[in-house]
Design a protein around this ligand. Structure first.
Ligand code: ADP
Ligand code: MG
Length: 505
């Protein structure tokens, strides 16, 4: 169980706000954000009224990025040291991680997530961190694979940002659900990268595609959500015990939150027009999850007093309140981020705000939204490869059987023949299990090494040729193309020399 971590970042005043007098409504102190309604400043305070002018919110991290000369100014590097490093730590342990930026248009979501040419944001820094962490294990003992995809949701349609020119002709992609892995985008391109440069090239290509779209469709950038996904697979062989863990890192730059104002959207939703259904649904999902988490925690405290009561629906306790239904499927964004919101992921939200008193209402609404999100409880777990888990479990079983055998042998048994029989069958099981483990470990190591070698040799060419794929190989090989969404769609069989059989044609 892990609560969604929430950070607030206050951006510098923009030119318009400075010209208008630059009055600040927001203040940050350690992990507290205070917001003051300056419109009430001139009014005469009645007793107890002054408290309403200043509202205070507590968060996990608060960043004051208003002016670099100020002592508690938070730079891109400082934001990365907290949030980016947390993302990398979660990914290296094999957890799914999601980091999303939320806030009004122009408050610094894209600046924080992507950055500018001279001030790199979280996404490129995280890519850099991923390739650095490769050095932590001695050569030959670990191996990792990084696959990248980048999509945009605009008006409930999903566009692949990494398909180059071909994309424009394509209709939007479909979101489907895998029985175990959950929702995914069908036919979304996945790109294997082997260094930081390749990762950043893809990021830049995707951003450029997003910007091109903005010039064609009015105001797209503030209405579209961009999700940059890194699938990070690590394989480690330590003391001949394999471990293979996979982490999915979702880095999300959301559309401007003014579109999520319930008064602005409700009419239009009932009219059937789709202004930004995803952002409105995100708000509803966050509220419902926060409500459920609060109910569960109050239920726990009730249970600690009277352990036999239950506050869930159908239960006798908790005043008969039911857990809310979470409408993930009501929008593409919430459906795709289902695991990141209340599921199998460690999630961080960074809410960006303007410090200006002219944005008081929007800032207050962002702070309230963020405070809600902080109540969401996720259930992250390490994503381990199934065959590796089997090897580990078999090993544990062998150790247990060996201990049992040892204790039999040490016991003075009144019936030696029975003991011999039991010893014999136990030894057989141990032996069989050990053989199975050896075989599985060998299979796993070989397949991982082969895959890695092939990817290193060919991935660059596969990436480079968007129209199809190009493989340089002097050795005989077979290629299959298939529509299996769980693979890259291309399978390459490398025929080893002297292993080609005559099929009798
Ligand atoms: P959003 O993505 O939320 O619409 P942007 O990231 O595009 O907003 O930011 C709007 C403008 O403000 C950009 O010019 C950006 O460079 C600038 N900006 C935002 N946050 C910061 C910051 N922390 N430091 C310096 N400039 C910032
Ligand atoms: Mg933006």
């Amino acid at each position: 169980m892990a609560n969604v971590k929430v950070a607030i970042r206050v951006r510098p005043l923009n030119a318009r706000e400075s010209v208008a007098g630059g009055r600040l409504a927001v203040q940050v102190e350690d992990k507290l954000v205070r917001i003051r309604n300056t419109k009430l400043d001139g009014r005469h305070d009645g007793p107890g009224e002054s408290r309403e002018k200043v509202l205070e919110f507590g968060f996990d991290y608060c960043y004051w990025s208003v002016a670099p000369e100020e002592p508690h100014y938070a730079s891109q590097e400082e934001v990365f040291q907290d949030l980016g490093v947390t993302v990398l730590a979660g990914a290296s342990e094999g957890y799914n991680v999601c980091l999303f930026a939320y806030g009004q248009t122009g408050t610094g979501k894209t600046y924080t997530m992507m950055g500018t040419l001279d001030s790199m944001g979280l996404t490129p820094r995280i890519c850099q961190g991923l390739f650095k962490s490769d050095d932590t294990f001695p050569e030959g003992h670990n191996s990792s694979r990084v696959e990248i995809s980048f999509l945009e949701i605009y008006n409930e349609r999903v566009r692949d940002l990494l398909r180059g020119r071909e994309q424009k002709k394509k209709p939007s992609l479909r979101v489907r659900e895998h029985p175990e892995k959950g929702p995914y985008v069908q036919d979304l391109s996945q790109h294997v990268v082997s260094d930081y440069k390749q990762a950043v090239d893809l990021l830049e290509e995707g951003i450029a595609n997003r910007i091109t779209a903005a010039t064609h469709i009015h105001d797209t950038s503030s209405r579209s959500h961009a999700i940059f996904t890194i699938q990070y697979t690590q394989a480690i062989l330590e003391d001949n015990l394999p471990s293979e863990i996979v982490s999915k890192i979702n880095l999300v730059d959301l559309a401007g939150s003014e579109r999520a104002d319930p008064h602005y959207c409700r009419d239009r939703l009932t009219e059937g027009s789709n202004i930004n259904k995803s952002l409105v649904t995100l708000g509803i999902v966050i509220s419902a999850l926060a409500q459920n988490s609060q109910m569960s925690s109050s239920c726990q405290s009730i249970n600690s007093v009277a352990s036999h009561t239950s506050c869930l629906s159908g239960g006798g306790g908790g005043g008969g309140r039911r857990h809310c239904f979470i409408p993930y499927r009501d929008s593409v964004l919430t459906w795709l981020l289902k695991d990141s919101l209340g599921g199998n992921a460690k999630t961080i939200m960074i809410a960006t705000v303007s410090p200006s008193s002219s944005s008081y209402n929007e800032t207050l609404s962002t702070l309230r939204y963020a405070a809600h999100a902080r109540n969401i409880v996720n259930k992250p777990r390490v994503n381990e490869d199934a065959s590796v888990r089997l090897i580990r479990e078999l090993r544990e079983e062998i150790d247990r059987l060996k201990r049992t055998l040892l204790s039999f042998q040490m016991q003075l048994n009144p019936s030696p023949s029975l003991s011999d029989q039991r010893d014999g069958s136990l030894s057989d099981i141990v032996l069989q299990n050990e053989l199975k483990v050896d075989e599985l470990t060998k299979d796993w190591s070989e397949s991982w090494r082969d895959k890695k070698e092939l990817l290193e040799q060919y991935s660059v060419d596969i990436n480079r040729d968007w129209g199809g794929f190009l493989i340089h190989s002097l050795l005989p090989h077979l290629i299959t193309l298939d529509r299996d969404v769980l693979s890259t769609g291309v399978t390459f069989y490398h025929l080893r020399v002297y292993t080609i059989h005559n099929l009798g044609y």
